[in-house]
Design a protein around this ligand. Sequence first.
Ligand code: MGD
Ligand code: MGD
Ligand code: SF4
Ligand code: MO
Length: 727
Amino acid sequence: MLFGRGKKNPIKIADKKVEKWIYTTCGYCSTGCSIEVGVTDAGKPVASRGVGSAEVNRGKLCIKGIFEHDIFEASGRGEEPLIREKVREDYQTVGWDTALDKAGSEIQRIQEKYGRDSFAIVSTGQLLTEEFYTLGKLSRAVIGTNNYDGNTTLCMASAASGYKRSFGSDGPPGCYDDFDNTDCLIAFGSNLPEQHPVIYWRMREAREKRNFPLIVVDPRVTMFAQFADMHLPITPGTDVVLLNSLMYVILDEGLEDREYIEKHTNGIEAVEKVVADFDPVSASKVCGIDEDTIRTVARLYAKSGAAMSIWTMGINQSTHGSDGVVGINNLNLVTGNIGKPGGTSLSITGQCNAMGTREWSSCSGLPGYRYLENPKEREEIANYWGIDPEFLPKKRGLTETDIFPAIETGQIKGLWLIATNPMTSMANTPRIRKTLERLECLIVQDSYRDVETTEYAHIYFPAATWAEKEGVFTNTERRVNMVRQVTEPHANTKSDLWIFNEMSKRFTQGEKVKFPEKPAQVFDEMRELSKGRLLDISGMDHDKLEQQRGIQWPHPEGSGRDTGDQRLYTDGKFCYADSKAKLIPLPFIDNNEVPDDEYPLWLNTGRLVEHFHTRTKTGKVGNCNKYSPTAFMEMNPDAAAEMGVEHMQYVRVVSRRGDAIVMAQLTQRVPHNMVFIPFHFHDCVNRLTKGLLDPHSRQPAFKQSAVRIESVDQEEAARMNVELRQY
Ligand SMILES: Nc1nc2c(c(=O)[nH]1)N[C@H]1C(S)=C(S)[C@@H](COP(=O)(O)OP(=O)(O)OC[C@H]3O[C@@H](n4cnc5c(=O)[nH]c(N)nc54)[C@H](O)[C@@H]3O)O[C@H]1N2
Ligand SMILES: Nc1nc2c(c(=O)[nH]1)N[C@H]1C(S)=C(S)[C@@H](COP(=O)(O)OP(=O)(O)OC[C@H]3O[C@@H](n4cnc5c(=O)[nH]c(N)nc54)[C@H](O)[C@@H]3O)O[C@H]1N2
Ligand code: SF4
Ligand SMILES: [Mo]
């Protein structure tokens, strides 16, 4: 044989010695993929695979899910509780009782001295729903602070607020199956292939079969934009103008669904009045999309049998975030595209359990989409928990983005951060750093000890993470799915549920309220409280959820089915008292920070497929981190040539808030007047962002700030970069 083909060694897949595969649900994004983790006979997680029989992912996982078993033993995990008197001192390792006693007495000391609301709690979208519900009970019924919120204010607040304004309640009305039924899809500010790769795969499969038009609205030429039929490179922060103009064309040309509008909505007259100012010629000057494209898209959408809109952070993270969501809902209401197969207004959620926190954490209200402002609902919950209704506040307190300024002014003196890392994820981090330094007591409860906030903490609680615990997550399409425990909590970490339960014992008010130990018992309380509500989960239990690979709500007891409802509002009945949805006029005021002579570039920010958020997890997983080990900036090659910036050169990016060193990556993905920096890297892009707040949702405009570029000494920059990014 000339080439010795026969001598090649056969390809061998490494035998990881998996003894057992355990069912669970992915802990990164809100797609909600069912995942099985393979463990050895010694119980060590060594592999992950997608679950073929799961409706959501049908066996698929993205790069993060495939390596998710690596996060349990990753470097930097917390191991033991830590305390110290002063921030500059060394931490002392202590037992759980000591750490919890200290935290409980500090909370009480601060509340007695400065008032109940002077102690704030900020949580996340990444705990199990049973943990969210328990934290809500602890915060509202025992500790009794009204300054309690979650990082969902950075993420889904605009979607929740827009849904409430349009439909009378939060709750995304659509599902992934809508892709299989739609005739037209518009995606606003969503980079689906990178941020929700498996939803994208579902959409692409559907499109391959039925070839419906895909329109992507995004200032960048993202991967999604490259796959679209039409890409609308919108001027940052002006989606409301485009939406109003689409409405103008639809109403002007009589393409609306009059019957649906009359039967199921209020407010069309006021909307007609305002959109009259948004003819495509005028609108194109503001939003940067030419008039013909606006007309074409409007006609395409309105004339489709069923049309759907999806959106993510390009809409939510804006000073017009809530209005953008209402604008999308308006568009779908006037064309009769709500609650029908392929016709929907579907916010693509962010974190694995951002939905769970919206439903059950009591951050913005009370459990089960109840409002603090509603006396009946306050009484219902107070009675169920066994406390005096007067103990509950009568309206919502501060959001996360208002809690930090309240620390600056001295209104808040103590803070408990649970599974969120504002030192990297909040806008204007130089200010956040100073804010955290002012606290009399900061408690950080995180699965990783090396999270940046522990530098400013007095007490550190090491938490178990993801499938070291048991409970449920809710995904983008309202599917509740089971997270089974795959492995024991690392070292002396404890589940967040255990920590909340133990904390309740440190308060006399805690003696009045029941705190069940087991996640299934907590789930029973939620089931009970969900009866008859929009998010009815009374027909679910943990075992059934695993068997069905997740069930969508509503799924009431006695429905006689094993599955939930795919869609909400199928009968055109909404959550307002008269059952009608609201069409809301959206005048536009341009209040962003925009580029000028001094800071001539838009700074756009977002994500990459291989990293998750502040990289506490993916930064440690070699197979994810290797793709983006260092902070970089997308820059247009023509703009770079004019400024003398070369590919892979370090530059200093400067805004009115601060500066950051990044490596330039020259690419046509961004226009001439824009740079894009992923927010995954510590001490980087959020040193620059302004984060102006949406008036309704208080969500920051992370994607619209102005910057300039300066040159730096390459060797010094490289050294700084290595120092900053040790993992
Ligand atoms: N790999 C990975 N996946 C994730 C995450 C992650 O960190 N990593 N995080 C999860 C979470 S919590 C979230 S919230 C989602 C976020 O998911 P996405 O929102 O899809 O991701 P982003 O990259 O933040 O932003 C999406 C796009 O908004 C565009 N944009 C900027 N300004 C505007 C504007 O004014 N108008 C419009 N129309 N678009 C604009 C940006 O150019 C960007 O391409 O992803 C989830 N999935
Ligand atoms: N510039 C810019 N900034 C942004 C964004 C943007 O697009 N641009 N996006 C915003 C959005 S949408 C989001 S959602 C936020 C995300 O911002 P963060 O919430 O701050 O980001 P994470 O890194 O996900 O933080 C979660 C923390 O929880 C810890 N953790 C994980 N699992 C557990 C657990 O089970 N228990 C406990 N106790 N801890 C756990 C992790 O180690 C990590 O430190 O960032 C926001 N910031
Ligand atoms: S698409 Fe989202 S849920 Fe699915 S494996 Fe990837 S990160 Fe996990
Ligand atoms: Mo998010």
